[in-house]
Design a protein around this ligand. Structure first.
Ligand code: IFM
Length: 406
């Protein structure tokens, strides 16, 4: 049987990018330095040259029917040394915002998407007790600078992912493997968010904005299931993983979130005492993405149902798949959007769906190999080509309704 949802008129449809992954030539941050160690297959270099070609990219987004665009401001460009801001770079981002407005695209602005200025990293990065105050100063300057009143702010993208790779696995900068440092970094990220939240709202209030901006984080949430359903220990381990990786940050940010930015991709199976077990160890094999992540659309409905407890709107800030076969991408989008619609019919308050990513880009420690984009990028010529999945999503957006299997 088929179900059906009429999409609300103010629903945000679009896609996201982040500065370091698409802009190119971001030499002043810790990732640029990290890319030149052997762990990373290739440096980001000119990436997609989005810094110069943002107008072209926004034209493409418009053509694809998007009414929202998520992008990030590169902190290292904007704040060259503590407290010294580059007017030129702030003007650049102001122009990006103007370009969104000119196309009637709502900007969803991320202030921090994994990269840190070198001076910040040298001072101890997120493990330093001064990190929240540095971040708050940057956030305050940015919000005060823009003429246009930004309705959607994401302070920090995926704090748990940053801490996991940077402070536990050591595969991202700063390359640490220390539980005490990881805990410190996560607490500082949360505190940085809280201070930025207050700064943005204080500015909006003192400048008589006619609306209250939505300020939140983008949180990477996975489904966690036990590796063996019959094992009580595995069931317990999956629950603990859910508490630590999914719930802890949301609870710590309570009271300072106007919405939850949800980045949903996949599910992991957990074996006691807490390791992810490889796909061949559990039942129910499903297709996997080019980065070996299980494709599990029902998980999006489960997560949205679970998030109802917070009583906040949810913006799906990322959902996407890396695949060389574009049919896999369309199937991923169609089924995930269907699960989102089911959740909405069931009462989930979803403000929008932003696919990750608008275009192929630099996928961190994986380099340029993974292809996530609705738009294919030829890195030699910088030519952009819309993929069929991008067109199909456009048709769905224009239809204003979502059909799904019950
Ligand atoms: O590319 C990343 C993005 O920067 C953060 N969320 C997950 C994406 C895919 O790995």
């Amino acid at each position: 049987m088929q179900g059906h949802l009429r999409v609300p008129n103010d629903f945000l449809w679009g896609a996201g990018t982040s500065a370091h992954q698409v802009e190119g030539d971001n030499r002043l941050n810790d990732w640029w330095a990290w890319e030149h160690v052997p762990l990373v297959p290739e440096p980001s270099g000119m990436a997609c040259d989005h810094y110069n070609q943002y107008e072209t990219d926004l034209d493409i987004a418009k053509r694809l029917g998007h009414n929202a665009y998520r992008f990030s401001i590169e902190w290292s460009r904007v704040e060259r040394s503590p407290g010294h801001f580059s007017e030129e770079e702030l003007t650049h981002y102001e122009k990006v915002i103007q370009a969104c407005r000119a196309r009637k695209i709502v900007p969803v602005v991320t202030l921090h998407h994994f990269t840190n200025p070198m001076w910040f990293a040298a001072e101890g990065g997120w493990a330093s007790s001064r990190s929240p105050e540095h971040f708050a100063r940057y956030a305050k300057r940015v919000v005060e600078r823009f003429q246009y009143r930004i309705p959607w702010w994401i302070t920090i993208n995926e704090p748990t992912v940053l801490v996991y790779y940077g402070y536990l696995c050591g595969t991202w900068p700063p390359g640490k493997r220390s539980i005490p440092m990881a805990i410190r970094a996560l607490k500082n990220l949360v505190q940085a968010h809280r201070l930025a939240y207050t700064a943005i709202h204080a500015h909006a209030k003192s400048s008589d904005w006619l609306f209250n901006p939505y300020v939140g984080i983008a949180h990477h949430i996975r489904c966690y299931d036990p590796c063996r359903w019959r094992s009580k220990a595995d069931r317990w381990a999956a629950k603990i993983r859910h508490r630590l990786a999914n719930e802890w940050v949301l609870n710590a940010c309570r009271g300072t979130m106007d919405f939850i930015g949800l980045n949903y991709y996949t599910r992991d199976f957990i074996r006691f005492p807490g390791r992810v077990c490889p796909p061949w160890h559990h039942d129910g094999q499903r297709p996997r993405s080019g980065m070996d992540w299980e494709i599990y659309p029902e998980g999006l409905r489960r997560v949205l149902a679970d998030l109802k407890q917070y009583g906040l709107p949810v913006l799906i800030a990322e959902n996407g798949v890396c695949a060389d076969d574009d049919e896999v991408r369309w199937d991923f989008i169609r089924t995930h959007v269907g699960e989102m619609a089911k959740a909405m019919v069931g009462g989930a308050n979803v403000a929008g769906y932003l696919y990750w990513s608008l275009m192929d880009n630099f996928e961190w420690a994986h380099g340029f190999r993974p292809r996530f984009g609705l738009v294919e990028v030829d890195y030699n010529t910088m030519e952009r080509k819309i993929r069929p999945s991008g067109e199909k999503l456009m048709n769905l957006i224009y239809s204003k309704q979502i059909f799904f299997d019950q």
